[in-house]
Design a protein around this ligand. Structure first.
Ligand code: S3P
Length: 427
């Protein structure tokens, strides 16, 4: 039944992508049955589930709106019979490499065109230092083969703040039963792996910027409700700010390493409120409320970037509607995401009539209130598609998106929901 949005409709966003990957992988490493409520059933999450099946883990297929998911692991992975295809998912490939590094067999990994272009040496280097081997040696791109074995302890300074990299090393420590320590150069990236490991009884501590994991035992099976994904919620928050109607989103993860975008939106003068309501396996959850209103430009500094790395496409389209020029500093990492997000955001915004530049490591955008019109190119990147979907809710906008289907990588049903949001009615 259709409900009028501005009268109390509460939107529940899909489960968190990062947490779903980690819960599947840790559940897959555990001996026994893990129960996940509200896991994400997107293409990326399916890539992790599929790889786990090839490694001998019992994982049913992920279905949108399905009930609890039971993952049954054997305490170790079994050697796969075929290449593990990670699809579009960098998190699947990189976190899996960490776990595979501690297994005495060879596993070959590959991915789609986008994933095969993304840098891997940042992962293979520390795992090689722990004792894993990669073929080809010094591999920086998929496909590659991991030959795991007995691992040694590691203390590693990361070249970039990256949760995927940090997590791969922590998971190698878990699977190998050895202590590891990692330090990030800039602001902290998302800490879901640390929170989950602590909740599962592993000993972690932070000292002088180092995250230290003590050697621990086997992974226990567990029970978890996956929070709604704040990165998916961010697109709906954007639609609440740029469209005609306020929106309320329930059950959203409010982990402070993920909510940097809310602080930036507040600096832009946005009406946006987050109210914590509880926690699940160490992860805070709550409600986010967003309402339309005038916006002003903001500068986002280097230290904030890791805490909102996936929200920059959304923040960029919001900046396009804010008075003044917004700047995102030190966002070079965006060039090696699912697409060159830095170049593509600037190009697409210019195409829609905005002044935008993506020179070097800075993205700057001059806001304007003209109705955006044109056809944008996604390069198959889900977040680019959804960001411009949000901009299309601006009254008078006429934006065509070359590929809307790619939203299913992280947010199945996004464009259907957005159509309802635009009309002020959801079903
Ligand atoms: C993720 C970490 C981020 C993010 C990605 C998911 C994760 O990548 O962009 O969508 O689940 O660890 P980096 O930490 O490599 O920047």
């Amino acid at each position: 039944m259709a409900r009028r949005l501005w009268v109390n409709a509460l939107i529940i966003v899909p489960g968190d992508k990062s947490i779903t990957h980690r819960a599947l992988l840790l559940g897959g490493m555990a001996r026994g049955q893990t129960r996940l409520v509200h896991p994400l059933a997107s293409l990326d999450a399916r890539s992790t589930a599929r790889a786990l099946r090839q490694l001998g883990v019992d994982v049913p297929s992920l279905r949108v709106g399905g009930g609890p998911l039971f993952v049954t692991g054997r305490g170790r992975f079994r050697a796969p019979q075929a290449t593990l295809h990670c699809g579009n998912s960098g998190t699947t490939a990189r976190l899996l490499m960490g776990l595979l590094a501690a297994h005495r067999f060879a596993a070959r990994l590959t991915g789609d065109r986008s994933l095969r272009k993304r840098p891997m040496r940042r992962i293979t280097e520390p795992l090689t230092a722990m004792g894993a081997r990669f073929v080809p040696e010094q591999a920086d791109r998929l496909p590659l083969e991991v030959r795991g074995g007995r691992l040694a302890a590691l203390r590693w300074e990361l070249p970039v703040s990256s949760a995927q990299l940090k997590s791969a090393i922590l998971l190698a420590g878990v699977a190998g039963g050895v202590p590891v320590a990692v330090r990030e150069p800039a602001g902290p990236s998302r800490d879901h792996t640390e929170r989950m490991l602590e909740a599962l009884g592993y000993r972690l501590r932070e000292r002088d910027g180092w995250i230290e994991l003590a050697a621990g035992g086997p992974v226990p099976a567990f029970d978890m409700t996956v929070p709604g994904d704040p990165s998916s919620a961010a697109f709906l928050v954007g639609a609440g700010l740029l469209g005609r109607y306020p929106l309320t989103l329930g059950g959203v993860g409010l982990n402070p390493t993920r909510t940097g975008f809310l602080a930036v939106l507040r600096r832009m003068g946005a009406t946006v409120r987050a109210e914590p309501s509880g926690a699940t396996l160490g992860e805070p959850i709550g409600t986010i409320h967003a309402a339309p209103g005038d916006l002003r430009a903001a500068t986002v500094s280097a230290v904030e970037i890791p805490g909102l790395i996936d929200e920059i496409p959304l923040l960029a389209v919001v900046a396009a509607r804010a008075a003044g020029t917004s700047r995102f500093e030190e966002v070079g990492e965006l060039r090696v995401k699912e697409s060159d997000r830095l170049g593509l955001m600037a190009d697409n915004l210019r195409l829609l009539g905005y002044q935008a530049s993506g020179q070097g490591n800075t993205l700057s955008i001059a806001g304007s209130d003209h109705p955006p019109r044109g056809r944008i190119r996604t390069d198959g990147d889900h977040r680019i598609a959804m960001a411009f979907g949000v901009l299309s809710v601006v009254p008078g906008a006429r934006i065509t998106i070359d590929d809307r289907d790619c939203a299913a990588v992280s947010f199945p049903g996004f464009f259907e929901l957005l159509d309802g949001v635009r009309r002020g009615r959801i079903s």
